[in-house]
Design a protein around this ligand. Structure first.
Ligand code: OGA
Ligand code: MN
Length: 197
């Protein structure tokens, strides 16, 4: 079974899939280099929507850089994620229309408290994806993604190349603080919005 088919199977069965090695070491290093080269352009991430949107370091402390779909430097990884979107639509009929994504950098010591990715009163974010870009990450560095499932909490280390996907409306999760900067590409496959083509 291909990696994409494994992700689709696990999403169908558990609503959650963790795939180590989605990117190889070279692809991971290349994307991490893009993050570092653009690091000064990252902006503090906010919480809440519209008028309620604000930076709140007590809730989340990451810096993000939103990506355009025609950004040349990230085309290879966006193409892989588009192939995953097609596979999920083909096998699970999720009706995913597009991926919105950003690069994220958590400075050492920062975190993102327990939350759900779907904004209240909105169901356009269907599947969350997190792709880690950290070379040489070990348990002592911390920075786990803690996902709260019916069977209890599941911790995932942000090891470079690992792809985590889960249904956005189903799992509360949090990012634990780390002892070093923690990089990822994080995004959401969105459903087609009414009236938007
Ligand atoms: C998020 C998030 C998880 C991670 O950006 O909403 O929960 O592991 N990220 O970076
Ligand atoms: Mn989240």
């Amino acid at each position: 079974m291909t990696g994409y088919a494994c992700v689709a199977d696990a999403l169908a069965e558990h609503g959650l899939a963790v795939l180590p090695g989605f990117l190889d070491a070279e692809e991971t290093a290349q994307l991490a280099a893009v993050c570092r080269a653009r690091r000064d352009g990252f902006a503090r991430a906010g919480v809440g929507r519209a008028a309620g949107h604000a930076v709140n370091a007590a809730i989340r402390g990451d810096d993000v850089l939103w990506l355009d779909e025609d950004d040349v430097a990230v085309q290879p990884v966006l193409a892989r994620l588009a192939a995953l979107q097609d596979e999920l639509n083909r096998t699970l009929y999720l009706g995913l229309a597009r991926l919105e994504c950003h690069l994220a950098a958590y400075p050492a010591g920062t975190f993102y408290k327990r939350h759900l990715d779907q904004h209240r009163g909105e169901d356009t974010r269907v599947v969350t994806i997190v792709l880690y870009l950290n070379q040489g990450w070990v348990a002592e560095h911390g920075g786990q993604l803690r996902i709260y499932t019916e069977e209890g909490a599941r911790d995932v280390l942000p090891v470079g190349g690992t792809l985590v996907t889960f249904l956005s409306d189903r799992f509360e999760h949090e990012v634990l603080p780390a002892t070093r900067e923690r990089l990822s590409l994080t995004g959401w496959f969105r459903r087609r919005e009414a009236g938007v083509f």
